[in-house]
Structures are given as C-alpha cells and as structure tokens.
Design a protein around this ligand. Structure first.
Ligand SMILES: NC(=O)c1ccc[n+]([C@@H]2O[C@H](COP(=O)([O-])OP(=O)(O)OC[C@H]3O[C@@H](n4cnc5c(N)ncnc54)[C@H](O)[C@@H]3O)[C@@H](O)[C@H]2O)c1
Length: 467
C-alpha cells in the first residue's frame, strides 16, 4: 500500500495564494499549482525550489542523469527521506509499493524488463511505468558479431591452448605445429539468418551485410522503425524453418515468452533438423529459447557450433559450444544509453505530458500547446462515461477545450486537454476546478502540465483527495 499515513502527517491546508495573469489578461487563481503542496513544515518542502524531484534507486549513469536540466530537476538518491518524489528512476532495485509515494507521477526503469516494478498495481494507481527498449541493442549486436567470429574459428580453444603451452614453456616451439587444430572459415560470402528483426536483429542484419554476408530474415511482427534499419539486400521468409534452411549462421533475437503460443524451446528438434550440418547458432536472446537436448544431438553429430550468452547445464563444456556469462548488455555505453533514454522519457512526460516507451500506458505524442492555453492531463479508469464527466467539469466552468487527446490501454485512459481560459470572463479557481476534476468518479489523477515544476498534481485515491 502507498504510505498515506506518513504523507498525511506532513501535510495541512495551504495558506499561500497567488494570482497569475495569462497573456490574455485574465486573472487566474493558480495558487494550487504554482507553489505546490500544502504542508506545515514548508522549510523542509523541496518543491519550494520549483524543481521536479527525481528519486533514484541503484547507481544510475552520470551521463544519463546529466540529461535532466538542472534548472528544473533535482536528483536524489534512495537514501533521500522524503515524501515528495515526483518520479522514480531505477535499474534492478525491486521496487516496493510502499516506496511509491503519493506524489510520484511516473517510474522509469533503465533497461528493457520491468519485472522489478509492480506494474499492474501502478496501472491501478494511474502511474505510467517506462522502460528503455533498444538502449542496449548496440552492445548486444556487437557481441553477436563477435559470436559469429568465435563460432567460425576455434579462437577460444586456441587461447586456452596458448595458456597451456605457455605454462609449460613450450609456446614458441609448438605454436606453428599446433595451429592447424584451430582452423576455421570466414564469414564474408556466407549466409546469416536473423530470427527476430527488432532493435538487435535489424542492426545485426545491417552490419553483417556490411561485412559481406547474405542476409535472410524472419519476423512476423516487423516494425516500420526496424524495417528502415534493414540492409537493402535481405530475403524475408515466412517461417523460422525456411529462414534457417540454407543458413551458415543463425542469430535468434526474439523475446522469451512463457506458456501457450510462447517462445519456450522455439529452436527445437524440428527447427534444428532444418539446419545445415555445420551451421552456427548464435543465442544472445535467452537460454530458454533453445532446446538444449536437441542442440546437443546436433552438435554431437555434425560440425555445427552453438554460441550462447546464457548458462546451459547440458552444453556448458561441449567442445562445439562457446558459452558466455550473459555479457550482451554489459558495456558502459549501454548503461549510459539506458539511463539517458529513461531520463529523456521522464523529462518529456513531466514537462509536456508526452508518453513514449511505457509498458502500461498508451503512446501519446502531443501537438504544441496553443499560446495562453492551460494544459491539463487526466488519468482515469477506462470505463464508459468518465470522459464525458471530465469534459463536463470544463463545460460547467465555461472553459473552452481547444485541443484534446484521449488514448487508452487496458484498464487505464490518458487525456490531455488544452484549455483556453479567455472564453470565461470571470476569475477561475484552478484549485477548485482541479479538485472537482480529480474527484470525478473514475478519475485517478490530474495534473497541470506546464505549471511550476514539481507542483500541480492531484490524486483521487479510493475517494480521498491528495494534493
Ligand atoms: N544478451 C543480453 O544481454 C540481452 C540484452 C538485451 C536483450 N536481450 C534479448 O534480446 C531479445 C531481443 O531484443 P530487442 O531489443 O531486439 O527486442 P525487440 O522487441 O526490439 O525485437 C524483438 C523482435 O522479435 C520479433 N519476434 C517476436 N516473436 C517472434 C517470433 N516467434 N519469430 C520471429 N520474430 C519474433 C518481434 O516482432 C520483434 O521485432 C530480447 O527479447 C531479450 O531477451 C538479450
């Protein structure tokens, strides 16, 4: 549960009121969002600085954090004892619901997976969770290319042999005689089949083509972005079996999905029986995608190779396998890129309302805010009638909605409304309007998007108003 009691103890009714004059010349009482939350101990209240407070868990790359504009954002570590975080940035920390303060508007994971974040609960609370798809793609792609070379020549065996000879003081004497044990083939002119043409697969295909390889690809869900990265010459097939049939190298780059119609053991006996006898399988996606027993039979009976980034109880010491300790994304650059992407995503969402790379909210790209308009975002349960009730609040206040976006995903809906306050010639209390809006049945939260950083967020938690 959210730590409401803790938050409640620190808040009381606000006393400060401010009036802002819009370019239209109309006075709008905006005290509610211009100076933030109402608390007794205002001295401790960090939002008074007018900055968004970003709470980080784990060590996040400095290069990534540098993407936050220091004039608008303040970064705090996990030891920061506060109930005012506006967003959370994390890597592997297993986030507890009690760590998601009532003031948190968004959570971003620097990485692709989000199973250390309680995503389903965040959806119920109306909090978008973001990830960083493709941020580590270059790191993985480089290791796939390296894997191709490791599978082409007995490089690992050769290195180990040199260590043995060195230990015996025989390296110089024996090296020329023994090198014939470690011969191999070149990759230029060979055929690479890429299964899964997403962030990693598409760039692997492109760079392997640049190395002189012929490319065959299979991906029934190919996206436009990935298609644009593909090399000019690529044969797209309609099944894994036909993609691998004439391939010298096969790279799998698809997600691991459990259960019926999932991808567990997708490279099984049937697919492997279509391999050329000396094919090299590159698995930098997930160990569970490959049926180890079927692969062992293939490696035992031919001159094929298996290069994998994942532990395998059956194949770890097979003479035709090279197993790496999950090194795919382990580069400084990948960590920087993931943190930078997460920072940009949070920064955009907090400052403009834009949603990209969310795992539980719809993607929403927004037009520019019209001059003088107030932009409000509203998150609500995706139920019939709620949208009408939201627009009704503005209609009753005689506020004209000049631009509106409504998108939904699963049980949650996201609205962005640009309001022209000039249609109403009476002073408007945004504070009252936001309260009415937020407490509308089915609404989870509302936000004045271009207000003072860190302010203007209100929530309806089980019928209780939180600002
Ligand atoms: N070794 C590592 O350290 C490491 C690091 C990052 C990612 N990965 C793995 O690599 C995988 C791919 O990463 P990505 O960033 O390219 O993901 P991505 O989502 O960009 O691409 C995956 C692609 O696979 C396609 N696909 C899904 N099911 C398929 C199927 N049955 N047959 C063919 N294509 C299918 C999708 O349409 C999509 O285009 C990830 O799922 C992850 O498991 C490994």
């Amino acid at each position: 549960m959210i730590s409401l009691a803790n938050s409640a103890a620190r808040r009381s009714l606000r006393t400060v009121s401010q009036v802002r004059t819009l370019s239209s010349g109309i006075d709008i009482d905006v005290d509610h969002y211009s100076s933030g939350w109402n608390i007794d101990d205002i001295g401790e209240f960090t939002a008074k600085t007018g900055k968004y407070q970003i709470k980080t868990f784990n060590k996040i790359s400095e290069k990534g954090l540098a993407r936050f504009n220091p004039e608008k954002f303040e970064i705090m570590g996990s030891d920061w004892d506060s109930t005012n975080a506006n967003a959370i940035l994390l890597r592997s920390h297993k986030l507890q619901e009690s760590e998601i303060d009532v003031s948190v508007r968004a959570i971003a994971r620097c990485g692709a997976g989000t199973n250390n974040v309680p995503v389903a609960r965040c959806s119920e609370l109306g909090i978008p969770v973001f990830n960083t798809p493709g941020a580590n793609a270059n790191a993985v792609k480089e290791l796939v290319l390296c894997g191709m070379l490791l599978g082409s020549r007995r490089i690992v065996d050769g290195v180990n042999h040199m260590k043995d000879l060195g230990a015996q003081g025989l390296a110089k004497e024996r090296v020329e005689k023994d090198k014939s044990m470690f011969g191999g083939q070149e990759i230029k002119g060979k055929t690479l089949a890429v299964i899964g043409l997403g962030h990693i697969g598409a760039s692997t295909a492109r760079d392997a083509a640049a190395l002189g390889m012929d490319i065959v690809g299979y991906d029934p869900g190919l996206s436009i972005d990935s298609a644009l990265k593909l090399p000019n010459e690529i044969d797209l097939t309609d099944s894994i079996a036909s993609a691998v049939a004439n391939a010298d190298y096969i790279s799998i780059n698809i997600p691991y999905i459990k259960g019926e119609n999932g991808t567990h053991g997708i490279i099984g006996k049937n697919v492997i029986s279509s391999f050329k006898p000396n094919a090299v399988l590159l698995n930098f996606a997930r160990g569970e995608l490959v049926d180890s027993e079927a692969m062992k039979e293939f490696l035992d009976n031919g001159d094929g190779r298996y290069v994998s980034d994942f532990p395998d109880d059956l194949l770890w010491d097979h003479k035709n396998a090279v197993i790496l300790p999950h090194l795919g994304a382990s580069t400084e650059e990948a960590e920087d890129a993931a943190a930078a992407m997460a920072a940009d995503t949070i920064s955009d969402y907090l400052q403009t309302g834009t949603i990209v790379n969310s795992v539980n909210f719809p993607a929403v790209s927004l037009p520019a805010r019209p001059d003088g308009a107030i932009r409000m975002s509203v998150i609500n349960k995706n139920q019939p009638g709620v949208l009408a009730s939201i627009t009704d609040v503005f209609a009753k206040a005689k506020l004209n909605i000049v631009q509106q976006i409504n998108q939904s995903r699963g049980d949650v809906a996201y609205n962005v409304l640009d309001i022209d306050p000039t249609a109403n010639h009476e002073a408007i209390s945004m504070k009252d309007l936001q309260k009415e809006l937020t407490m509308t049945d089915g609404v989870l939260s509302s936000r004045v998007v271009f207000g003072t950083p860190g302010c203007g967020y209100a929530r309806n938690i089980d019928g209780q108003y939180w600002v």
